[in-house]
Design a protein around this ligand. Structure first.
Ligand code: NAG
Ligand code: NAG
Ligand code: NAG
Ligand code: NAG
Length: 366
């Protein structure tokens, strides 16, 4: 027992449970929430409604949603309520029917307890934008049959990605962006074949992007931006046919664009900026017909801009700046009727700005 407050609360709950046991089933949820709150600071009194520990049900309490039939707590959503303190497992573990835990945008601190793995009905966990730290416990993902969506983004988590992540085949959204996660991408990540959105941007990941990504055939969005990944983009990426957005910018990736990418005809945004990609921009780029944003800036691409780029009818932003492109802009670019931003600066392009530029709605060309 850490402090007298806890002792008083637990004793009073114990007395209460003995006294109600005869008449009504004890509501573990009331007890769990009061114990959870005892670990928190609530300077804005957002949880004032949680004060009645003799309540029969917590279902009317701020941020609490219950299943109307069973009366058990299913959702705890306390986003942006200026709370601080720890995400204490002891209280939460009483909430045996909890499906959603959302505590984003507060000031929670400390490490995540491996005991939280006991919440095995959880589907959605959002702890983003707090000040949580330490390693992400491996145990959390050992049995994660029900997890669908996990965000731990924008905290101070450290250490490597837990290898057990690979057992979360039902996971469709994973966001660990903006932490201090280091080490390699574990191969297990590529067995998450329910995944639609993967955001590991703004961390300190190193090593190569291993092959196997083609198993993520449900993937719509991937961002590995701002890490220290090296090596080539795996050929398998073209197997993720539903990809709409790819952001691999600000890494140390090298080699050329894998040919399989030509099959990504639903991809609207491709950002490979600030890497060490080399070679010519392949002719097949014109087959990626949904592209609205193409950012290849700050790499080592060379050669002519292929005429096929004129087939990108949806293109709005084209950034080829800081490469080694040569020659003139292809006339076919007249076909890119939606272009608004074009940055071709710091290349070795020749010729005048063609007249069609002025006929399109280009707002910015550099
Ligand atoms: C977190 O705490 C700091 C200082 O204690 C405070 O300035 C900040 O506004 C808090 N942030 C939130 C989201 O409550
Ligand atoms: C990941 O979380 C951050 C912070 O909450 C957010 O800004 C970003 O859009 C999220 N990424 C995705 C792909 O949803
Ligand atoms: C593109 O998809 C087609 C049809 O699925 C496949 O046969 C071909 O090998 C793929 N191209 C590349 C370069 O991967
Ligand atoms: C193009 O990319 C460069 C380098 O990444 C960046 O500084 C510049 O602002 C971008 N241009 C436009 C028009 O967004």
């Amino acid at each position: 027992m850490r402090d007298p407050l806890h002792l008083v609360i637990l004793l009073s709950l114990l007395v209460r449970s003995v006294s109600v046991a005869a008449s009504a089933p004890l509501n573990d949820d009331v007890l769990g929430l009061i114990v959870f709150k005892a670990d928190l600071l609530d300077p804005a009194s957002e949880l004032a409604s949680w004060d009645d520990e003799d309540a029969d049900s917590p279902c009317g309490w701020a941020g609490v949603t219950c299943d109307p039939r069973s009366g058990r707590v299913t959702d705890l959503a306390l986003d942006s309520r200026s709370l601080s303190g720890r995400v204490g497992p002891r209280g939460l573990l009483q909430l045996r029917y909890l499906r959603l835990l959302s505590l984003s945008n507060n000031n929670f601190t400390g490490t995540l307890s491996a005991d939280l793995a006991g919440l095995d009905g959880l589907r959605v966990v959002d702890l983003s934008s707090n000040a949580l730290s330490g390693p992400i416990p491996d145990e959390l993902f050992h049995k994660c049959g029900s997890l669908r969506s996990v965000s731990l983004a924008n905290n101070a988590f450290e250490g490597e990605l837990p290898p057990s992540l690979g057992s979360c085949a039902g996971l469709s959204y994973l966001n660990l962006s903006s932490n201090g996660i280091s080490g390699p991408l574990p191969a297990g990540v590529w067995s998450l074949n329910g995944l639609r959105s993967l955001d590991l941007s703004d961390n300190s990941l190193v090593g190569e992007i291993l092959s196997g990504i083609e198993s993520l055939y449900n993937l719509r969005t991937i961002s590995l931006r701002r890490n220290s990944l090296s090596g080539k983009v795996p050929e398998g990426i073209g197997g993720c046919l539903l990809l709409k957005s790819i952001d691999l910018s600000e890494n140390s990736l090298s080699g050329g664009l894998p040919d399989s990418m030509r099959n990504l005809t639903m991809c609207g945004s491709l950002s490979l900026s600030s890497n060490s990609f080399v070679g010519e921009l392949p002719d097949w780029i014109g087959e990626m017909s949904s592209l609205q944003t193409l950012d290849l800036s700050r790499n080592r691409f060379i050669g002519h801009i292929p005429g096929s780029i004129g087939n990108l009818r949806m293109l709005k932003e084209l950034n080829l700046s800081r490469n080694g492109f040569t020659g003139a802009l292809p006339e076919s670019m007249e076909g890119c009727k939606g272009l608004t931003n074009v940055d071709l600066s710091r290349n070795s392009l020749t010729g005048d700005v063609p007249s069609w530029v002025f006929e399109l709605g280009v707002q910015r060309i550099c």
